[in-house]
Design a protein. Structure first.
Ligand SMILES: Cc1ncc(C[n+]2csc(CCOP(=O)(O)OP(=O)(O)O)c2C)c(N)n1
Ligand SMILES: [Mg+2]
Length: 925
């Protein structure tokens, strides 16, 4: 359906790789220029001014005291709004430790960042205590570089003493009062609603109010935010202009999507907003991401989505000249709950990828809504660490703890965090210490489990009321101002509630913008011409292994990869799996699509078959031949060798997949088994993101699978689990509109068409591709060039052309590499009566094609399903009802018997089983 433009062979550009090894920082490739999607960072140079160093040397005791506050001050800070007493002075801060007396005279310059040049120790201690031990405290003395540490100390010491203008103070008071009014309104109008209100955490409005202004002033164009339930509706309807009528409609039990959309929707606490905000006259696009109930799993998705937007706008190493930096125009913000942040392992993985090439996004700003409870669990039982943010230290990220009772300090904390992210483009945390006024939801009674803390909570005024009172006393607001703000907002909500109708939303907010032209798959079966002209195939094939003349290539790679591929391309036959992949990816790049392949060691490939990156032996410089096919090539291949993570990395790739339909995102598991570390991403996004939220994704998962004696954990990608997760029907033919596709191809050309189909068609579906291991180098698993040419496409079923249909009395159905074992056995026994039919697409289940195939065998009486997986695994329970219901024939099982482990670890037992699963289907009566 997609016509390839006339392609012109162009001379490949002359490339010069530097022969010198340049390694800037731990994460860099050994390359000066980087590769597509990664540019080594310039090392920043920094020197503490000599004058400061001299002062510190001369007044070393005083300097030690200041450093002690910077390091330990947070431990005695007043950051808990529920705490009744101020902690006593820490031993680490006792003056006697430093040989100093209160009245000693000292020079501050070069040691403390105050307006004052000199003073006495007493003044210094007061300043240090106000800065490091009051309603804001900071952890930063472990930052990676001296520059960061110096900068942080200076910024904290200067920012916390900055006055706030009255306008800002008024605005945050009003936003907090509105948030409280909103909660009160919902509590009265929707008594039984679990709204996860913002009460107790209203000062998050101060964070966001300030943050949005800072984003606009720094010319940021996109804010990508993810958040859980707490205070989400307040933020949406408050600062984010989410129309309350949409909320009220949802509260009446109606869909958030227009009528006629095939979408099952989601709950109220998962509503989102994606809108242009006008902030101080500047337009900033804001996206709050879809999230499931599984706390924190949205975080890697938001990071991937952020990077996807960066790719679309050409930021940093995605740009032409690479002059911009990650996050120049796009910023990622993650809002966490205190209990969930500590408990969910995905957060460790997210931080671990945050600075890795091909995953970096220029630093996330993390806001912790730290209400000091998770459901009924207090921090003492909810974590082993002092703070809920302690994971930050795993990447040496600074943390600013702030007492939510002091919204002005929240504003200052926001400023410090923002400035740090903008300057260093690294993660930073704001830990907003607050409380939760009601139970986990408003229908829960917290006194059942947490009586003491809730007595304190119930006896204290709300944060908005307390702050409004403060501003009234300071003559910044009047009582009338306060009353008007609350009454006007409540009246507005009342009016909207009264006027709102049951009319469905008209505006389509899905498949727009960059997704315009992409459709929802229809309930029919389409075939896509994914073939490619021979001349282009040959061109791409050659280019896929062409390296600069001076690249010092590893001899074995030259022989078994480069030369062997060139020969195959020349001869046009015996094309293997990795060549098919290179042809698919290369032809898509040629058409202008981007391709991103991510996973552990994907550049070389777990089985050393891919060599998408060729490594110079003298310099270790990486070279990606497919990115240099033609001059001005726009479609690029990003090879993202990932850290050893499945959950965060797969979530990240899903995030990339929903940001543009023009990048083919491929995630490869090292072995299929290990996808299960990312099960949450599969269960909550990949399988049903479209059903719940109308989010299309073309994410492609490659899962190496197959029984070859590798033992319980390197044999199975748990195909059965994916099959169970599809919405394929047992007694009706499937269409394109299944929730995801599952294919188990047996030939390289089939793999080629599957990959190309992901981009060429006009809708997007996740593809689970059961990948091979031994087929990568199997002499029979090869394709000729004719199977890649125009008018060819993916075959959902491959019939048997080795038998005469009239001779056949038994048909064996099979999927995947087991086919070759059956075929070999049939040949060795010269059996002419058994046909072997391969089911290449499992979902959608190709009933029509299968019927056509088996109709050929008029005398066949026995139909056998043959698999190498145990009976309780593999595709058996999926294929059986579909075949029997829709083909009207009985299907017999032949494979390993039910097992607990996917495969045995004992070599001899494996051999015995492998023999049986091949022989038995032929013997079965
Ligand atoms: C992965 C996961 N486990 C359990 C739950 C059930 N659950 C929902 S909210 C919640 C408490 C979360 O506490 P916290 O992260 O502190 O956020 P808060 O509700 O206090 O704002 C729990 C356990 C969930 N949604 N997701
Ligand atoms: Mg909490």
């Amino acid at each position: 359906m997609y016509a390839l433009g006339k392609f012109v062979l162009k001379k490949s550009p002359r490339l010069r790789l530097s022969s010198s090894v340049s390694c800037t920082g731990v994460n860099s490739y050994h390359s000066e220029n980087g590769v597509y999607g990664y540019k080594p960072r310039q090392q920043r140079r920094f020197q503490v001014p000599k004058e400061y160093l001299d002062e510190r040397a001369k007044q070393s005791n005083f300097y030690r005291l200041v450093e002690a506050y910077r390091t330990h001050g947070h431990k005695q800070a007043n950051i808990d709004p529920l705490s009744m007493s101020k902690p006593s002075l820490l031993p680490e801060l006792q003056l006697s430790n430093f040989g100093l007396n209160l009245k000693d005279k000292v020079r501050f310059r070069g040691i403390l960042f105050t307006q004052q040049d000199e003073g006495i120790i007493e003044e210094a201690v007061r300043f240090l205590s106000d800065t490091y031990c009051d309603t804001v405290s900071t952890e930063f003395n472990y930052l990676e570089t001296e520059e960061e540490r110096e900068w942080f100390a200076e910024t904290v010491e200067r920012t916390l003493t900055e006055p706030l203008d009255d306008e800002t103070r008024k605005m945050i008071a009003v936003e907090m009062l509105k948030s409280q009014a909103f909660d009160n309104f919902l509590a009265i109008k929707f008594v039984s609603l679990k709204r996860y209100g913002g009460e107790g955490a209203e000062s998050m409005m101060a964070f966001f109010h300030e943050f949005f202004k800072l984003c606009a002033s720094d010319d940021l164009k996109h804010i990508i935010l993810c958040a859980a339930h707490r205070g989400r509706l307040n933020l949406l309807t408050g600062l984010l202009k989410f129309p309350p009528e949409k909320l009220f409609r949802k509260l009446r039990g109606l869909s958030e999507f227009p009528d006629m959309t095939r979408c099952t929707g989601d709950v109220v606490s998962h509503l989102i907003s994606s809108t242009d905000l006008d902030i101080d006259g500047k337009s900033v696009h804001f996206t709050m991401l879809r999230n499931p109930s599984h706390l924190e799993i949205v975080n890697p998705v938001s990071m991937g989505k952020t990077r996807g937007v960066m790719q679309t706008i050409g930021e940093d190493a995605y740009g032409q000249d690479g002059s911009s930096r990650w996050s120049d125009r796009v910023i990622n913000v993650q809002v966490h709950g205190d209990a969930a942040y500590t408990g969910q392992g995905v957060n460790q993985e997210c931080l671990a990828i945050s600075k890795v090439p091909h995953f970096e996004i220029g630093g996330t700003i993390h806001l912790m809504i730290n209400n000091q409870v998770g459901f009924t669990t207090p921090p003492s039982k909810g974590r082993s660490s002092r703070y809920c943010t302690d994971l930050a230290k795993s990447i040496s990220a600074p943390v600013i703890h702030v007492n939510g009772d002091n919204p002005e300090m929240v504003v200052r904390a926001t400023r410090i965090a923002f400035k740090y992210q903008r300057l260093f483009r690294k993660d930073v945390f704001v830990d907003l210490n607050c409380f939760r006024r009601w139970g986990h939801n408003e229908l829960d009674d917290p006194l059942m489990t947490n009586p003491l803390i809730y007595k304190i909570i119930h006896n204290r005024p709300s944060i908005p009321d307390r702050y409004a009172e403060e501003l009234i006393n300071a003559n910044i607001l009047t009582r009338e101002n306060v009353r008007n703000s609350v009454e006007n907002y409540t009246a507005w909500l009342n009016r909207i509630l009264k006027e709102s109708t049951e009319e469905a939303p008209r505006q389509r907010d899905y498949l727009t913008g960059r997704w315009t032209g992409i459709k929802q798959a229809e309930a029919n079966v389409t075939q896509w011409n994914t073939g490619v002209e021979l001349s282009l195939l040959k061109f791409v094939g050659k280019k896929s292994v062409e390296v600069p003349a001076d690249l010092d290539i590893y001899p074995q790679v030259l022989k078994s990869h480069v030369q062997s591929r060139l020969k195959k391309i020349e001869n046009g036959n015996a094309l293997d799996w990795s060549t098919a992949e290179a042809l698919a990816i290369g032809s898509l790049l040629y058409q202008g699509y981007n391709v991103r392949i991510s996973g552990q060691d994907v550049g070389r490939g777990t089985f050393a078959h891919r060599h998408a990156i060729i490594v110079d032996q003298s310099t270790e410089a990486p070279f990606i031949p497919l990115n240099f096919m033609i001059n001005d090539q726009t479609g690029k291949l990003e090879v993202a060798n990932s850290i050893l993570s499945e959950e965060a990395v797969l979530g990240f790739e899903y995030g990339m997949s929903i940001s543009s339909p023009y990048t083919l995102p491929i995630w490869e598991a090292q072995f299929g088994d290990f996808f299960n570390g990312a099960q949450i991403v599969i269960d909550t996004y990949i399988t049903n993101g479209e059903a719940k939220w109308m989010l299309s994704s073309g994410l492609t998962m490659l899962l190496p699978h197959g029984y070859d004696g590798a033992g319980p954990e390197h044999s199975s990608c748990r195909l059965e689990r994916f099959l169970q997760l599809t919405n394929s029907k047992e007694n009706e033919a499937d269409s394109d509109d299944v929730n995801m596709e599952i294919a188990n191809p047996t030939e390289p050309a089939q793999y080629f068409h599957l990959l190309r189909k992901q981009m060429v068609r006009d809708y997007r579906k996740p593809l689970i591709l059961i990948g091979p291991k031994i087929l990568l180098r199997h002499s029979q698993a090869v394709s000729s060039m004719t199977h890649f040419e125009p008018q060819t496409s993916f075959k959902t079923v491959i019939g048997d052309d080795k038998v005469k249909s009239d001779d056949v009395n038994k048909v064996i159905l099979v999927s995947g590499k087991h086919y070759y074992a059956l075929k070999d056995y049939r040949e060795s026994t010269e059996n002419k009566n058994v046909a072997i039919v391969r089911i290449e697409s499992l979902c959608p289940f190709p009933i029509q094609e299968l019927l056509e195939e088996i109709e050929k065998y008029k005398h066949a009486r026995i139909f056998v399903w043959s698999q190498e997986e145990p009976r309780n695994m593999g595709a058996w329970s999926f294929v059986k009802p579909r075949f029997e219901n829709l083909c009207g024939r009985q299907l017999k099982y032949c494979g390993r018997e039910t097992m607990a482990a996917p495969a045995v670890g004992d070599g001899q037992m494996h051999q015995q089983e492998a023999k049986e699963v091949v022989v038995k289907p032929f013997a079965m009566k």
